[in-house]
Write a protein that binds this ligand. Structure first.
Ligand code: SF4
Length: 112
């Protein structure tokens, strides 16, 4: 049996990494150890970089669609992404059960 991947989300469209504001920052900033103590300031510093990033939306789309569990992506912490991803998956299940287009449900639209 061949494995097939049904790509229903265009999660890596465009060339967003080329304009990523974090390209020239220390990568460790975006991957704090833990979520308490000094990590809180580190997460906030990473989010500050994200706020000025042109690629924030596609970056978050990518992180949610590919289930990036660690680090700061698209201006969100790990816990924030877990909540967004749960909501996105629920919306996709709902769209699928009603016969709607699942692929058109962007994870980022749930953030607004
Ligand atoms: S949104 Fe943040 S993590 Fe994503 S590319 Fe931009 S700076 Fe990097």
């Amino acid at each position: 049996m061949a494995l097939m991947w049904n790509r229903t989300v265009d999660w890596d469209a465009g060339d967003w990494r080329r304009v990523a504001a974090c390209r020239n920052t220390e990568p460790d900033l975006f991957f704090p150890v833990g979520t308490t103590g000094p990590a809180i300031e580190q997460i906030e510093a990473a989010k500050q970089v994200c706020r000025s990033c042109e690629a924030q939306e596609p970056c978050l789309d990518f992180a949610l669609a590919t289930n990036q569990e660690s680090g700061v992506w698209g201006g969100t912490s790990e816990e924030e992404r877990r909540k967004l991803r749960r909501a996105w998956l629920a919306t996709r299940r709902s769209a699928a059960s009603s016969g709607g287009p699942v692929g058109s449900v962007s994870p980022v639209t749930l953030r607004r």
